[in-house]
Design a protein around this ligand. Structure first.
Ligand code: MN
Length: 291
């Protein structure tokens, strides 16, 4: 019987007694899906999955995203987050300090939710630690749903019905003006998303923000930016954050509709790090946006 052990008072569970390297029975999957809706962050230890096994488990949650241009794994269903020279394989040499790979890890150090800059945003990300540094490179998580629940009623009313513009370049520009390429800027123009959304399974509301959130439609740009920053700060106060220290073969899954996350630094010239992410599309949100 699958079991769930709490990680943080506000969200998250460790899922035990489950083997993701093989097919899951429907009732086991249903328990995991329900836990995902309820707890927003699932940690599975000791899951030495192959790419195919990770893809198979991920697909049970819905259709997978294709990786955007400019990322490793572009055009496939895998995002490869690595500091190892992509031409050398996971056992190869660490890429030199000036390599663009290190820039994307720095951009991941901003609080964000994956793919909010896409027209069809993401339901979930599944990240497996294939090779993990022994020091640093933790991933931190915080719940926008928990932060929304704690907002005063007048703030809830103020943000209800508002629309936020998200753009890939907005987050990259905070690190380095040259980090987003002109091809990425052309392929990924700013997109609108509702500021407040309810989970379709539970009805619980959350706001939806990220480092990609650039401004709020109908508000002066600077006012929108400070409101976004204020809400992200409230979400990520130290006592509201869970920090995941990776073990090799952890698979960590989170709800991109309501969780923020960020990567912590590590000595990227000393330790190798090789992570594989699969990303499930939020097809309900995509269909609403097109309607
Ligand atoms: Mn991310």
């Amino acid at each position: 019987m699958t079991n769930f052990e709490p990680l943080h008072p506000l969200f998250g569970v460790i899922v035990g007694d489950v083997d993701l390297t093989g097919p899951l029975a429907d009732d086991v999957f249903a328990e995991i899906r329900a836990a995902f809706e309820k707890y927003s962050l699932l940690v599975f230890h000791d899951q030495p999955v192959s790419d195919e096994q990770q893809l198979a488990f991920s697909r049970r949650f819905g259709p997978l995203e294709l990786t955007k241009i400019g990322a490793l794994g572009a055009g496939t269903e895998l995002v490869i987050l690595t500091n190892v020279d992509p031409d050398a394989g996971p056992d190869g040499a660490i890429a030199p300090p000036e390599h663009r790979l290190h820039g994307s890890h720095r951009a991941n150090s901003l609080w964000h939710t994956d793919s909010s800059f896409k027209k069809t945003p993401a339901l979930a990300s599944l990240l497996s630690g294939r090779v993990v540094p022994s020091v640093g490179a933790e991933t931190e998580f915080a719940s926008m749903r928990a932060a929304y629940a704690a907002l005063p009623d007048e703030t809830k009313q103020h943000i209800e019905g508002k629309v936020v513009m998200h753009s890939f370049a907005n987050s990259r520009n905070q690190i380095d003006k040259d980090l987003a390429s002109s091809a990425e800027r052309d392929e990924l123009p700013p997109v609108p998303h509702p500021m407040v959304k309810a989970n379709p399974a539970t009805g619980e509301k959350s706001f939806y923000l990220a480092s990609h959130a650039a401004h709020i439609v109908g508000m002066p740009v600077e006012d929108g930016k400070s409101l976004i920053a204020e809400l992200i700060d409230a979400t990520t106060a130290a006592d509201r954050v869970y920090r995941h220290a990776w073990r090799e073969h952890d698979l960590v899954m989170w709800d991109n509709r309501c969780m923020l996350h960020r990567g912590q630094p590590f000595d990227d010239q000393k330790y190798r790090r090789h992570m594989i992410r699969t990303t499930v599309s939020d097809v309900d949100a995509g269909a609403e946006a097109a309607a």
